[in-house]
Write a protein that binds this ligand. Structure first.
Ligand code: ATP
Length: 276
């Protein structure tokens, strides 16, 4: 009965899953090279410039870390990429040609840009596997998703994702019993069920133990290559452990970009961020 209540609750919240309805008009991104670009992007809130002539290009398969002080515009940048916030001016592109500014939030998600927020939103009363099943790509409603049996290839993919996130042994366990770190990995798994090209991950290391952080480093590193991974993070040890290329935002603008060593030695970065 409790399970049924949870499903009803899920149905009320199933706008989340309407994001993954296929749209025949949206072409997948297959090019290598730059997969995500922002050019001359500006966004003001009540006259305050949260994003100020932001220019950034991220290559397919990259693992990019975005760092910067509080209020630097990191969240606003993610909101702009995912269609949650519309910039005042500028261009945001997915691949060579797809103009993200002409698309709605669900269309952008469907095109292959997945976002994981800091706070896990797994359905705690459901099992790990059920959470993944719910997140699976398709045009089914939550009810029919549960009543329908997964196809063989869907089962295989679910198994692959369970292995990727290291939860294969706990697939039938209740998600509510998972540790904080495991919930974060499950949520990354839920994103993977939608087969995204780009994963935007907000503060994955927050609240994790060192051991969980190490596993998260491994997970995100293993996802890069086949996926493009963009991580916003404050924990500098974690950033150091995963970063290939780091972008430092300050006052809505790119202050520095390069390897972790490059940005750590940049006097401007030390002044506004690292020396805090
Ligand atoms: N909807 C909004 N209305 C008004 N101001 C906003 C809005 N969204 C963001 N801002 C402001 O824009 C600036 C950038 O905020 P943003 O949340 O993008 O920074 P951030 O780098 O993600 O910061 P943090 O590291 O603290 O999460 C902040 O000064 C914030 O107060």
């Amino acid at each position: 009965m409790k399970q049924l209540d949870t499903l009803r609750e899920t149905m009320r919240r199933d706008e989340v899953f309407s994001f993954v309805k296929p749209d025949a008009n949206i072409q997948p991104i297959t090019d290598r090279g730059v997969i995500l670009s922002l050019e001359g992007v500006n966004k003001s809130f009540d006259g305050f410039k949260a994003i100020n002539d932001l220019n950034m290009a991220i290559d397919a398969g990259e693992l990019r870390c975005i760092i910067g002080p509080n209020g630097a515009g990191k969240t606003t940048m993610m909101d702009i990429i995912t269609g949650k916030t519309v910039p005042d001016t500028g261009r945001v592109r997915f691949g060579q040609t797809m103009n993200l500014l002409g698309m709605s939030e669900p269309e952008i998600a469907q095109a292959g840009i997945g976002r994981k927020f800091q706070k896990p939103t797994v359905f705690e009363a459901l099992t790990v596997a059920e959470n993944l099943e719910l997140a699976m790509q398709g045009d089914k409603s939550v009810w029919s998703t549960f009543r329908a049996k997964l196809s063989g290839s869907q089962q295989d993919y679910l198994g692959e994702v369970l292995e990727t996130i290291g939860l294969q042994d706990g697939a039938k366990g209740r998600s509510g019993s998972l540790s904080h770190g495991q919930k974060q990995w499950l949520e990354i798994g839920m994103l993977l069920m939608q087969r995204p090209h780009v994963l935007l991950v907000d503060e994955p290391a927050a609240g994790m133990t060192h051991q969980e952080m190490d596993k998260t480093t491994e997970l995100l590193t293993s996802l890069a290559g086949d996926h493009t991974v963009v991580v916003v993070e404050h924990d500098m040890d974690f950033v150091r452990s995963i970063a290939q290329r780091v972008t430092v935002l300050h006052q809505g603008h790119v202050l520095a970009e390069g390897s972790m060593d490059d940005v750590q030695q940049d006097q401007r970065v030390i002044e506004v961020y690292l020396g805090e």
